[in-house]
Design a protein around this ligand. Sequence first.
Ligand code: ADP
Length: 601
Amino acid sequence: MPRLLSYLRPYRLRVAIAIALSFGVGALTFLSFGALIPTLNTLFGTSGLEGVREDTARALGYVSPDLGTWFTDTFFTSKPATFFTLVVAVILMTFVRGTLRYLNVTLVGTVAIAAARDLTNELFAHLVRQPVLFVEREGVGTVASRFTADADEVVRGLKTFTGTVFREPIQFAFLLVFALSISPLLTAVSFVIFPLIALLIRQVGRVAKRNAKRVLAHRSTLLSILQESFFGIRVVQTFSAEDRTADRFRGENARLFDRNRRLVRVEAATSPAMEILATLGISGAVLAGGMMVFDAKLDAGQFLAFYLAVGALYEPIRKVGSAVPRLQGGFAGAARIFAYLDRAAEVRDAPGATGLAPLSEEIRFEGVSVTYGGRADALTDLDVTIPAGEQVALVGTSGAGKSTFVGLLPRLFDPEEGVVSFDGTDLREATLASIRRQTAIVPQETVLMNDTVRANIAFARPDATADEIHEAARAARVTEFVDRLEHGLDTVVGERGAALSGGQRQRVAIARALLTNPSILILDEAVSNVDEESANLIREALEETRDGRTTFVITHRLETISRSDRIVVLDRGRLAAVGTHGDLMESSAAYRRLVGGGDRG
Ligand code: ADP
């Protein structure tokens, strides 16, 4: 809980000003009610203008004795003038009070959204560094809701905390002091009577609600009889149970009727009961006040102003009451956000990790097992060695572990058992930066940013020169289609790249990958969903640029598979076979089954 509040610390001055403003608002409320007394007494008072002048001079005299006499001498010259002055004073005070309240609410609102902004900035920066598995497991929707629903709750909670929590009790205190200043005894009486009546009124409401609930319960019993009877109508009729079922229905319907009749009575009684209770309460309190008027302990103005002020006390109480769930909501939302913030990155640099030189010899998997924390046997005891510079096709049925295999290469996660090494260095002993700098991945579906083609390619390396971008675009056959667009590389691709076809998006993704000149390029079903023409262009592009690069492709396209230097066949997480297309066609039944389906699949 204090943790969320720590996000307010940079804005504490503003919070302090907001609280000070609340005192101003409270003081003006006090004064407005105070001004009511002479206003009413001018109109209806028994002690005449002199009484009003004396009272006002005495009240203002607390500020300065001269002010009191000057004010009454100048403005309270006749009854109409006094009345007019007081009305103007109330208008002025309301105006100032409104302004202070406006400033308070603005300050409080700004502070809340500023703190939420800081929190979500921190959260975003933290989450983009989390292992991809975390985000994938949580789902983009869940992650996004931390920024939307939960952040909104936090804003609401903080607004309540810095606003309502101070503002309303302060308001309450001023009103209470006002009531006490008129008559402590009357205040005490009101404080016994009004809550008591409020409680009773609530009780009446409860009874009505309880009855309504009971009716609903009988309703649903009736509904289930309906369901049983009509879904099971064959059974009912086969066993000639129509009469029995109808009896059952009639019985339940009768009980529902009884309940409903009671509800009708209760509902009919509710409003009058509340009215009677309210009148009783008000009368009780007013009786006490009236007695004091007869005893000349209270004048007309004080009498009315007192009850208006006591009535106004209800508002702050109600607001504080509704503040509680908002605060709880805010803290709960913050707790969910903090749970994310507190997640340490699962994959990170080991102490003493070293930078890895670009791959030059081989990638080796030794006894590698991945279970995703025991949820799946994604890879089991895998041993395989890939010489650098080869194009490797990974094949296997869906769920065989192909994506898991390639996910290990940029170290998106670590194997639970075994070692993945580049040129003999265990990836866990290398820095993440040096591993990821030399790996690039083109996924099945590329989400482009709503920016130009150029910016999307340069995403991989913001410092790339125009020439480098052009070269990557050319190599990836992006030039083929952007040249036909009006703005060429500077064409904006639309939300998620919607202005481009799937094949075009994939070519942009490949240009992006090539721009970093990775020593390991991974195409994870990158051409599965693209048209034939794009698939062919992409294959050309890969063949043209594959020198000095180790390429992993996951694909169903036989053309690409058969041209690979090495084919790794996976079967339910285990290595089924390794070899060239020719070898495997001869030796591996599993491979023949996989590719036997034809070119596409
Ligand atoms: P392929 O790419 O060959 O279809 P995958 O590597 O995606 O296979 O999946 C291998 C197995 O691991 C499957 O059984 C899959 O359900 C499981 N799996 C994949 N990703 C996760 C994950 N993030 N959490 C839990 N299980 C996973």
